[in-house]
Design a protein around this ligand. Structure first.
Ligand code: TRP
Length: 330
């Protein structure tokens, strides 16, 4: 039987946080054997926020290198940069004519972002979920691993696909979300009731996957916990819970095993172990990334090859769409 198809994408926002890694990227890597995976650097989506050209260019390459560094295998999966495949822009236009203004107005991310940045409420910010729907539908994806923040966008992609299929027959696979049971939701180290985020003003609140070992240990040591001096996963112990789930994610140990391991130990000891284990588990990624960044030719070869493969798949879908909607063939 043919493998099912997975599509996902990540925006090139400088380096990725531990949250991006444990919550998404690590999972992308592990899906590669069981599924045909397509992973994209969503640099077109990144344009909805004002960017310095040279930063966007550098961040796109860095993000692509990180994708490979964490273990996305360009032989097994299609790893490409969104703007390299023109079908994305083209399908975006078509789908925008099958998406209602009212639907886009209801997107909570649009409402949040436009409220937070009233100085740049551009049309792209508004139609962003249509571009995202196109990304997914071009590859006829069966499953889309996304965080809950993208769930509403994925739901819209399903609605667009169903609507289009309702008019023209089965053109698109209707994608399902893929929400793995095991991925850790990584919280801020300084305010563990909030998600870990790079846009946090306090750099001590987040760890990036390229942080050097000393920095990682230092940040974990200064993580907010509580005054109970008890390593246990419980309601109200958000700081400790967060460190426990990070430790669990990097060592594979269960929460019970961790509780046992640290019975009778203070937080100092616990934090040292978490910091060391984390720094060690990110070491191969850091090393592989440094290696890749020294080999620009190899990276170029990979993203060109990825773009060619992505184009092959997506052009087929786009051709079908153009035919169905009545665009005269050239
Ligand atoms: N919008 C997603 C985010 O910001 C990134 C993204 C773009 C994406 N296209 C996608 C995710 C398609 C899943 C599928 O996280």
């Amino acid at each position: 039987m043919d493998k099912k198809i997975i599509f996902s994408a990540i925006q090139p926002t400088g380096t990725f946080t531990l949250g991006n890694y444990l919550g998404a990227l690590q999972n992308w890597v592990s899906l590669q054997d069981e599924y045909n995976c397509c992973y994209s650097i969503a640099n077109m989506h990144a344009l909805t926020v004002r960017q310095q050209a040279k930063d966007l260019r550098a961040n796109t390459l860095n993000a692509y290198a990180l994708l490979l560094a964490v273990g996305v295998d360009p032989q097994k999966s299609i790893a490409f940069i969104q703007s390299h495949v023109k079908c994305h822009a083209e399908l975006n236009w078509v789908l925008s004519c099958y998406t209602q203004f009212g639907e886009l107005s209801r997107m909570t991310q649009f409402k949040d972002k436009s409220a937070r940045h009233p100085e740049n409420v551009n049309a792209g910010l508004f139609t962003y979920p249509v571009l995202m729907a196109g990304d997914i539908l071009l590859y006829q994806a069966d499953f889309v691993p996304v965080g809950i923040d993208q769930k509403q966008h994925l739901e819209l992609a399903r609605n667009i696909a169903q609507r289009f299929n309702g008019i023209y027959g089965d053109v698109f696979t209707v994608p399902d979300g893929y929400y793995p049971k095991l991925t850790a939701k990584v919280m801020s180290l300084q305010d563990p009731t909030k998600k870990m985020s790079k846009s946090d003003d306090n750099p001590k609140s987040y760890i990036t996957i390229l942080d050097p070992p000393e920095t990682i240990v230092k940040k974990i040591k200064s993580a907010v916990t509580d005054s109970e001096a008890l390593v246990a996963y419980r309601e109200g112990k958000d700081g400790v819970n967060n460190l426990m789930s990070i430790y669990s994610a990097v060592t594979g140990r269960t929460l019970e095993q961790i509780t046992e391991e640290f019975a009778g130990h203070g937080y100092g000891d616990f934090k040292q172990k978490v910091g060391d284990a984390l720094a060690e588990s990110l070491r191969p990624i850091r090393e592989r990334y440094a290696q890749l960044m020294k080999d620009r030719a190899y990276l170029e070869e990979c993203y060109r090859d990825g773009a060619r493969k992505a184009e092959g798949v997506s052009q087929r879908t786009l051709d079908k769409v153009y035919k169905k909607i009545g665009f005269l063939a050239r």
